[in-house]
Design a protein around this ligand. Structure first.
Ligand code: MSP
Length: 593
């Protein structure tokens, strides 16, 4: 009876995919991300961000797209540490009318603008810790080869024909729009100008002979793909939106422009009078980075997860899979869709002058702080609003006070003078509540804490699989609160190391709290890599003990040895995350103005 509860918990942990210690050492029994066993040895996963337009400097929305992909990828690497198992690409989208026009407006050659802005994206991503394994630029020679090969396949399969294409074209969105998606707005001289209903960007009437892709043939195969694989597009409302679009006829798609009109792009093979449509060009980047058209790309395709914003869903969930099917390939494994950041309730735009510069944010809030904010507050299903006070409030309460405070409470010299991971006393914290001898001190809430933290890694993994990273962080944060409650309840500062009655329990309280911190540090690595490193180093957790395969919580409670017990804590005693509201004079100033 004594061990029943603990054994039940142990069984639940095993079933939940958390590693458990066994007589022959730890075993990892995770079922892997995305609900399939893609963490089996040799299984590969390829994550992508969209490639970013270089018409303007990066903003926080772009960084958010990249961080979501980065966190998914880092979480995957924690499950499958082999460097050869995971790839992650990002890059810049450099061709097309939008860039051609932006360069002309800036008085620059397109290539010069591309070099300049692409370098800004690369620098930002380096600074923000985006751990991509490739950065592709669509102006690279390897990409031209991939696009022209892909085009050749479509042509050879009879999926391209030449025809007259006319309609409204929006250079800013780089797409044709049906009449129903166009409205009139007063222009600078007062006369009505046609603009895109959704974005408000100007559109112009275009009538050209182009190459046209037989998109209409793919309506049924696309519907089948989306119905057969309910996780193909996640979260679910976006999959339903695509299915809804597919209720209507799917018109064929113009996939080239006259070179006299659009010269900044990749020429159609064998017909220099036409330039390949920038979206076809851009989408093929996902193949370029895995070596296409060389056969090596097959090791990574279709094990691909695209992370995209909601505004480019149609291009990724209709055009791209149709093009792939047309070229004889499978659609991507997953398309993860996120919503947008607004600023003080408004869309971010250069004309409104409210674009938030990610560089300033990284400087103000630190890299880990700002990563945590975007990923903790960003909810894929809905737009999120940005303002500075929100960042300060969140980081102060969750990283500085709750997490940093907890670490400090358990490692400060006055409470832990030996500077070690204290010993766990099984008599003080027996495997079931209220059934042990006179030394037992643990209460019902303490067992609830152990249960919550033991199941946390699996919960977090499920949230990652469902592209709900904010929920993963919410779950960690809730356990941090619970652990602070545990420490508060037992007030170790009132216990004495000198007392033979107090000492074992004092050690146990600290041991349990440090074990919780070890789990939190491990699980926070994908989002706050440096802060997690600091935390784990302070706990004395070595680099080889930080994967999810090694993460077995509180083994002493389950009757197994704990490798950390008695180990020296790391030497770094500084604050884990300094509070922002006291140190940031700029915020007070911003408030006053
Ligand atoms: N170049 C295309 C993508 C081609 S992928 C084959 C493009 N570029 S973009 O620079 O306009 O957008 C890149 C990503 O940033 C998109 O996922 C887009 O949704 C995202 N965001 C742009 N503004 C955003 C916000 N305000 N908030 C969050 N993400 C935003 O589209």
């Amino acid at each position: 009876m004594l061990r029943v509860r603990a054994l039940r918990l142990l069984r639940r942990r095993r079933a939940s995919g958390v590693s458990v210690p066994g007589p022959s050492g730890p075993r990892h029994c995770s079922s892997g991300p995305l609900g399939v066993r893609d963490d089996a040895p040799g299984a590969r996963a390829f994550f992508t961000t969209p490639i970013f337009y270089v018409n303007a400097a990066p903003h926080i929305g772009h960084l958010y797209s990249a961080l979501l992909a980065d966190a998914l990828c880092r979480h995957r690497r924690l499950r499958v540490p082999s460097a050869a198992a995971t790839r992650f690409s990002t890059g810049t989208d450099e061709h097309g009318l939008k860039i051609q026009q932006a360069a002309a407006a800036a008085g620059l050659a397109p290539a010069e603008l591309c070099d300049r802005v692409s370098a800004q994206f690369q620098q930002l991503f380096r600074d923000a810790g985006v751990s991509s394994t490739d950065f592709v630029r669509t102006t690279e020679a390897r990409h031209r080869v991939a696009v022209q090969h892909f085009w050749g396949l479509l042509e050879a399969r009879g999926l391209l024909y030449k025809g007259l294409y006319e309609g409204w074209y929006c250079a800013s969105e780089e797409c044709f729009l049906p009449e129903a998606k166009v409205t009139r707005q007063p222009g600078p001289s007062g006369n009505a100008c046609p603009v895109s209903l959704e974005s408000g960007h100007p559109v112009s009437w275009t009538k050209e002979e182009n190459y046209i892709f037989r998109l209409s043939q793919f309506r049924e195969p696309l519907r089948r793909w989306l119905r057969d694989d309910p996780q193909a597009v996640t979260p679910e409302p976006f999959r339903l939106a695509v299915l809804q679009w597919l209720e209507e006829e799917l018109p064929d798609l113009s996939v080239s422009r006259r070179s006299s009109h659009l010269h900044w792009g990749i020429p159609v093979p064998g017909d220099d009078s036409q330039t390949i449509y920038v979206w076809l060009d851009a989408l093929v980047n996902y193949l370029t980075v895995i070596g296409y058209p060389n056969a090596e790309f097959r090791a990574w395709w279709p094990a691909t997860s695209h992370i995209i914003g909601k505004d480019i869903l149609k291009f990724h969930a209709i055009y791209w899979p149709a093009l792939l099917l047309g070229a004889g390939m499978s659609p991507p494994h997953r398309i993860y869709v996120h919503s947008h950041w607004t600023v003080c309730g408004q869309k971010m735009s250069k004309s409104l002058g409210n674009v938030v510069d990610p560089r300033t944010c990284l400087d103000r809030y630190t890299v880990d702080g700002f990563r945590y904010f975007l990923l903790r507050q960003g909810v894929p299903n809905w737009d999120c609003d940005y303002y500075d006070e929100k960042v300060v409030k969140l980081l102060d309460s969750e990283l500085a006070d709750a997490l940093g405070g907890l670490l400090n409470r358990c490692t400060a010299n006055r409470i832990n003078p030996s500077g070690t991971y204290p010993v766990f006393c099984a008599n003080c914290f027996p495997p079931a509540p209220g059934v042990a001898g006179p030394s037992a001190r643990a209460q019902a809430e303490d067992y609830a804490l152990v249960n919550a933290v033991a199941t946390l890694p699996r919960q977090v993994a499920e949230h990652y699989d469902n592209f709900q990273i904010y929920k993963a962080l919410e779950a960690v944060s809730s356990c941090v609160r619970q652990t602070n409650g545990f420490v508060q309840r037992h007030a170790p500062w009132k216990l004495s190391w000198e007392s033979p009655v107090d000492a074992p329990w004092l050690g146990t309280v600290l041991h349990v709290a440090l074990e919780c911190l070890r789990v939190f540090g491990t699980l926070l690595q994908p989002v706050t890599p440096s802060l997690a490193d600091k935390l784990l180093s302070r706990l004395g957790v070595s680099a080889t003990e930080r994967g999810l395969g090694e993460l077995f919580f509180l083994p002493r409670f389950f009757g197994y040895p704990c490798p950390f017990e008695g180990r020296r804590l790391g030497p770094e005693t500084g604050l884990l995350f300094p509070r922002l509201d006291q140190s940031r004079a700029w915020l007070v100033k911003a408030h006053r103005t």
